[in-house]
Design a protein around this ligand. Structure first.
Ligand SMILES: [Zn+2]
Ligand SMILES: [Zn+2]
Length: 120
């Protein structure tokens, strides 16, 4: 008998695919480099990096007010938070570890792996 749940398996030492799936439908699309950089961030911090939002389908992206060209639609972005670490500090660290798009919000940081750089 098959056990376990769809998408519930490890992608790296500290992340499971399930953490990145769309909150509304469970679909997921994910770039391996995003996971690699998040794992590097996790190891640098030595504490859990929580994924508020990973992949978003078009419908969910629109529902949460995401940009029409959001990299969440491509599996190349995540909104993250780390208990006890301010968003501004997390943003700096993320940039140093190779994320190219960084957005600071109250309580979380958007990170992505776009070509070129963007900071907001
Ligand atoms: Zn969805
Ligand atoms: Zn985001």
């Amino acid at each position: 008998m098959a056990t376990g749940e769809v998408n519930d398996f490890p992608l790296s030492d500290n992340f499971r695919l399930r953490e990145f799936q769309c909150a509304c439908c469970g679909q997921v699309k994910l770039h391996p480099y995003l996971v690699q950089r998040l794992q590097a961030l996790r190891e640098r911090l030595g504490r859990p990096v929580l994924i508020n939002s990973g992949y978003r389908c078009k419908k969910h992206n629109a529902a949460v007010g995401g940009a029409p060209q959001s990299l969440h639609l491509e599996g190349m972005a995540a909104d993250i938070r780390v208990a006890g670490i301010a968003a501004s500090k997390l943003g700096h660290l993320s940039e140093a570890l190779g994320f190219t798009g960084i957005g600071i919000y109250p309580g979380f940081v958007h990170v992505d792996i776009r070509p070129g750089k963007a900071r907001w």
